[in-house]
Design a protein around this ligand. Structure first.
Ligand code: B16
Ligand code: MG
Length: 213
């Protein structure tokens, strides 16, 4: 029986991929190579530093670890300036209703995100109070597809992994949920997320009745 719902942030609760894309593109332009939307897709759920390393590889550019830190900080400053302007209107359809329904039904709710900016985004969108536990890029050492982020969250919620369901939009995130021994519901394309137990277009297509069924 499901006792807790754990949500990924980017692509499930809010669509920040577009801001990541703008900031990475600006950085790529400064380094004089292109960065496409298809490449941005591949960075979903991937940590900031790993994303930068992949982008530099794609652009054929070599940077020292110190330079990489500086570039990641520059990108993050642009990204934070954009997400600072987020409001409750940026919450994806059905998210608030489902979170409230889940809590009213006695389920615990958690966040499991790779982002170090998760707290700021939840605060700006007014969603912080709807989560019993938050595990993000500031607390985990291993990125998805490693299960650490979801296992830590289940531990904080005090629920065994087998009784948790994860909502995820990234292939790496679905793999992390499965490796944690949890149910995984994909948000997005059923072909891309074929390892999920079920795939829905968004949380506006989910309800407690459906989850129980
Ligand atoms: P930050 P999620 C992930 O969030 C994003 O999907 C990914 O594109 C991003 O690089 C990563 O967070 C790190 O974000 O730079 O804010 O620490 O999907 O795991 O909620
Ligand atoms: Mg995501």
């Amino acid at each position: 029986m499901i006792q807790a719902c754990i949500f990924d942030l980017d692509g499930v609760i809010v669509d920040t991929a577009v801001y990541h894309y703008k900031a990475w593109k600006k950085l790529a332009r400064e380094l004089e190579f292109d960065f496409t939307e298809e490449q941005n897709e591949k960075l979903k759920g991937i940590s900031r530093m790993r994303s930068l390393q992949l982008i530099l590889e794609w652009g054929g550019v070599d940077k020292t670890p110190l330079e990489q830190q500086e570039l990641a900080t520059r990108k993050n400053d642009w990204y934070v300036a954009m997400i600072n302007g987020m409001t409750p209107q940026d919450i994806l359809p059905g998210v608030e209703t489902f979170l409230q329904q889940a809590r009213a039904a006695g389920l615990r709710t958690g966040l499991g995100s790779a982002s170090k900016n998760a707290g700021l985004i939840l605060e700006r969108t007014g969603l912080l109070h709807l989560f019993d536990a938050i595990v993000d890029g500031n607390t985990v050492t291993a990125s998805k597809p490693d299960p650490e982020v979801f296992l830590q969250c289940a531990r904080l919620l005090n629920i065994t992994p087998a009784h948790c369901v994860v909502f995820e939009d990234a292939i790496a995130g679905i793999a992390a949920a499965k490796a944690a021994g949890m149910k995984a519901i994909g948000i997005g394309d059923p072909i891309t997320l074929q390892d999920a137990d079920e795939v829905i277009p968004g949380l506006d297509h989910m309800s407690i009745e459906k989850l129980k069924a």
